[in-house]
Design a protein around this ligand. Sequence first.
Ligand code: C2E
Ligand code: MG
Ligand code: MG
Length: 578
Amino acid sequence: MQAASQRSSGGAAPQQGSPATANDLSLLDALPIAAAVVTRGASGVLAIHGHNRRFDDLLRNSSVGTFDELVAKCLHGEGLIAAHLRGWFEGTSSDELDFRDGDGVSGRFFRMKLAPLPRLQAEEQRCLVSVVDRTVELQAERTLRAEMLRDSLTGLPNRLAFTEMIEAANDTQSAAEDGLEHAVLVVDMLRFSRINETMGSLAGDELIITFARRLISALRAGDKLARTGGNEFGVVVSLRRGIADAMRAATRIQEVMTAPFKLGDLEIKVDCAIGLAVMQHGQEPEELFRNAQFAVKQAKQAGRPQVYEAKQASEARRRFSIETELRRALDRDELKLFYQPLIDLKSGEVAGFEALARWSHEDRGEISPSEFIPVAEESGLILALGRWAMDKAAQTLAEWDRRTGEQLPLYVGVNLSAIQVARDDIAGVVSSALRSSGLTGERLTLELTESSIVQDPGRATRVFDALKALDATVAMDDFGTGYSSLAYLQRLPIDVLKIDRSFVSAMMVDPDSVAIVRAVLSLAEALGMSTTAEGIESRELATTLATLGCASGQGFYFAKPLEAEAALEYWRSRRHCC
Ligand code: C2E
Ligand code: MG
Ligand code: MG
């Protein structure tokens, strides 16, 4: 390409119109960038009135060719630059124009800036045109961006790029008229951190690369893969036959992962959990991705690929907000303990009360313990809740003693979760409740479930023994619903079996349930334990259970769980009743 400077050396020669001033020329040469003075005469004709050496250099590398050609092409033609310049003189274009010169890899990128110069003649407008070659800058930006969007280990697009991939799919989905849909699959390699820890990060890297290769082999043309986390990959798939297509993709992925992976001399089996979410019209990419990640969690539990369901997610969200609000409620002492009478089935008197947590939420209303206790267990809040319940129950019973002026022939039953048994110092919690209330151990019954034994029998034995050492009574709650072995029942110091409500309430209609209750009663007798029936809802049940030899019972037939004051009143009303 020939450059204009060869003929216009120094570049200061004016081409048309009025001559440039000496001032103009020295101004141009002093500028550190390519610059020229352009004028617009009365007739609207554009002309270059001088340009500096850097302007020549710029032309030398451009496709424009000679200076004359530049003038012809850019100033007199209908091209972008001429139109922009004309517009600028008319006050309709901006002071800046980015343009490209040449196509393909040899294409160059320029930014032209325009600034007004004082008029020398009334009818002639003047403008300083500066041009910067931005090719290298843009290339660097593009390389940097490509680096930012790429996972360096696998060479795949990364998390950031995946969001853009979803966005692009969303755009095509909106534009498509053939009903083409998309789904996002999130593939989580299971046990990766264990492998990484035991075999080292190099082996871990190798595994990730091989895993990624296998993933690629499972995909169809048009599917897009990215590494979205350490051991997590994302795939955008297009669907022709709805969710079934996405499920097929998940199955293909699982199939390619069935063969063991070779790591050095070892062969290991790698499983993955796959979550799927179908793109909704106009959905935010982040939301879709989160949904697929949520489905991965479900897939881990289910052991097979799972499709995101909004209902399950909203339940999970509710659990999450319940956790936050429960924490606050505990801090503000907003929970209450209610007391359900435990009736001696022979005498009909109140033998004790079971303390049951109640939470009345200011917006959500009553939240059942069967909803918030599992949340408390999951989050660890059960430790604080359990301590609170223990203290509160002991204090209430001590308060009743004080108010009536006698040591009441009553005990209070407090529920202990398996998580408390596994993680808290139960004996410490109980003895501190006894100390601060002044009660003796036999006034307390601790209700534990079979799951506390099953998880860690050794620890359970120590806890049970410690409770007995404090003279407390130990009851096995919801008996019959867990999986404890009879051997443990025999070995552990259990005083009471509480027969689960499911057997008791079925007794009137289901002979099998009667047989189970009978069996539990004779088992308890054989092991020297007492029995309590849960969920007695009718007089018939109460008398049947009494006839069968069950020692005590609780249920709506007698009373629902009551506030402390009402519970004491209930005890009074039944004293010497029968
Ligand atoms: P649970 O320990 O088996 O308590 C008995 C549950 O049966 C109570 O439910 C009680 O209201 C209910 N119930 C009693 N009689 C009847 C009846 O005749 N019919 C029916 N349909 N239900 C009856 P609640 O209060 O909803 O408590 C549910 C579970 O939550 C409790 O089962 C217990 O496992 C747990 N829980 C409650 N409070 C606490 C607590 O402070 N700590 C711990 N760890 N768990 C608690
Ligand atoms: Mg209980
Ligand atoms: Mg129970």
